[in-house]
Design a protein around this ligand. Sequence first.
Ligand code: SF4
Length: 265
Amino acid sequence: MPGKPDDIKMVSNAMANAPRRKMMSLLANGDRTVEEIGEAVGKSMLDYHLKILEQAGLLEIKDGNASLSEFGKNFMEEKSEKGPQKAADLSKAKPVEIAEVRQLIPCIADSTKFRTIANMAPPLAGSLKHLEPLFPRGRYSGKIGALMIQRGEILITVYGSGKVTMTMIKDEDEAKKILDDLRTTINRAIESGVTPVPRERVKVDPLEIRKYLPRTDCGECGEQSCYSFAIRLMAGEVSLDLCAPLKEPKYRQNLEHLKVLAEYI
Ligand code: SF4
């Protein structure tokens, strides 16, 4: 049964993914064949997800049949005692509009890119923090009252007051496209009245990230080592795309794993 820090991290990582949580809920209601799981949850990366759950000690697979391990059963029982996390009520929020980009000034980090300021109305104020789960790389900061969304190298910051800033923008067209996507995603949630349940937070260690990088310290990403790349990835300052060797076929599994981890940084 997991008990050591590494084991706990494996369980957190295994459960930090929506399809894997669905698989666990399905198996909590009885054993299933791998095929049945694929039909219920989706076949994309099915073997990979099952392997992660198996490695975490949460389930067992034998002759194409999957069942919860003893630890998996206890884990799911504890979870149901705690009760499900609630989705946030957005019924009082009004659909937003985003006004024209007001400024386009060169970025300090890269003078070929721009920093923009736009305005969202009406301001989302208190509803803003509930929008975090809508964005895979979104993080709400209560300290500054803003939702920060990382999209590749672009950082979008939506303030409760309605101000929206973006850095590392190529041109005005790109700024408009991103703002339009942002408005559509937010308004869809407002129309439905609820946001998705909050994501489970996983603490990812830079060493954990480094483990799945090629570890050649080749410097192609512009960093001196894979470890410094991992630290900057954790800080949301770089994206996985910058590691060219990771695109080689031999690192395919590593890349898949890193994508999952990156969603929860
Ligand atoms: S490009 Fe990839 S392999 Fe090379 S140093 Fe950067 S992270 Fe490491």
